[in-house]
Design a protein around this ligand. Sequence first.
Ligand code: BES
Ligand code: ZN
Ligand code: MN
Length: 501
Amino acid sequence: MPTFDLSTTPAAEARADLLVLPFFEGRQPGPGVADVGKALGGDLMAAAKAHDVSGKLGDTLTVPTLGRIPASSVLLVGLGPKSGVGEQQLRKAAMRAGSRGSKFGAVATTLGQVGDDAAASAHALAEGMALGAYAFTKYKQRPIDGNAKGSSLKKVLVLADGGKGAGGAQRAVKAAMKRGQVYADASNWARDLVNTPSIDATPAFLAGEAEKMAKAGGLKVKVWTKAELKRGGFGGILGVGSGSANEPRMVEVTYTGAGASAKPIAITGKGITFDSGGLSIKQADWMETMKDDMSGAAATLAVMRALTLLKPKVNVITAIPFAENMPSGSAIRPGDVLHHWGGKTSEVLNTDAEGRLVLADVLAFLAERKPRVLIDSATLTGAAMVAVGGDLWAVMGNDQTLIDDLLAAGDAEGEPGWQLPLWKGYRRLIESTVADVKNVGNRYGGAITAALFLAEFVGDTPWAHLDVAGPAFVDGSNDWWPRGGTGSPARTILRYIESHA
Ligand code: BES
Ligand code: ZN
Ligand code: MN
């Protein structure tokens, strides 16, 4: 993780390996561009024109400085139309800069001078840089781009406008940068867990990581073993985990930032360490990314970790299910009936609809604690991706205020979602002839019938379910993310919790 510092040094004098300067659509210069151009004995916008770079969001041009200024290279980064620039554009430009900067030790930038709200800009800038600098290299022996250890970005010097950034404003900007960094760090920590292959990231391993994290942050933690889950009546987690040699776990973590009498926010996430589909086995190409099926759990743990650093005055509880969905002689079969925590039963007609089975137990378990709200996130259905595409999460629930607040938090964090209806008319599709509910509907509306299954277990607790099957993992890299986990929706939930403290 890079460290961030504020300085009022003029851009042309900043000491760094890479100097990042913003410009806008139509090659309008951002802060520092004119002065640095002059110091280099040229015109950076003319250089952009010569290289046919127009200033669209994410455009870049690297210019060597040949010793004319202390920085060895200038990176021009496009922010799009000048009139529309806000936090969202700034975060994306910073991600691009962080990714380029990951090959350098020290970066200086005037990006923080863009946007009307200095604190919001500082948050987005630090967050974007730290997210962009992330690389997963744990399993690389051969170096990537000459760099086996991943990102070498150590320092980011945020160049403030000497006129503006004084006194109290400086303190607010520094605090906002720190928060942005904590948010990105939480996401990056979740990304490490998601990217770690299932051969290593077993239920026991992830429970161990949760325990280490909790102890380091002074959180209360309890890991439930298979035997304890049996005694406790967690039939969904046990059933899904029964086909694997890697035994299931459940992890409870408690953050107490408010008085003991304050009702907690409850969060949880799907922790399937690998989803082969079980006996209803997936075809090979659908299995390729299924180490990501614990993204909801990773994001939930990342939120708990960030709370220990941000210390909001709120209580937050979790119970996270971890299991591996494998086919074997001890696996559950289509037609089996599971007894969930709290007594409700489900008929398993497709063992690949396993996420709802493990979540049923923990949702019922957490609902009994009477939380203010209950939020789950899960890579639950391919149907959510069909409905809203790969970039958005789908949200459904029984409390419109909670849903609206989560959508707003996601928009603010650049992790947007979209609501789907939790339409009771489809409840008939999951009616079972032998149990209280069955785990699949028909071909259509699969994200909704999955959410309706979960709804059976929350009672009247205000609850929202985020189906993050799309945004949790990028398969094959896109414009902003490398291939792998994104940490979504950790930042959304963190922002929600902070604004409800
Ligand atoms: N983990 C998958 C959902 C998924 C698919 C996540 C693609 C990310 C990318 C989930 O357990 C699953 O297999 N769902 C089935 C449900 C079906 C059997 C009712 C699906 O979506 O096909
Ligand atoms: Zn799954
Ligand atoms: Mn599945």
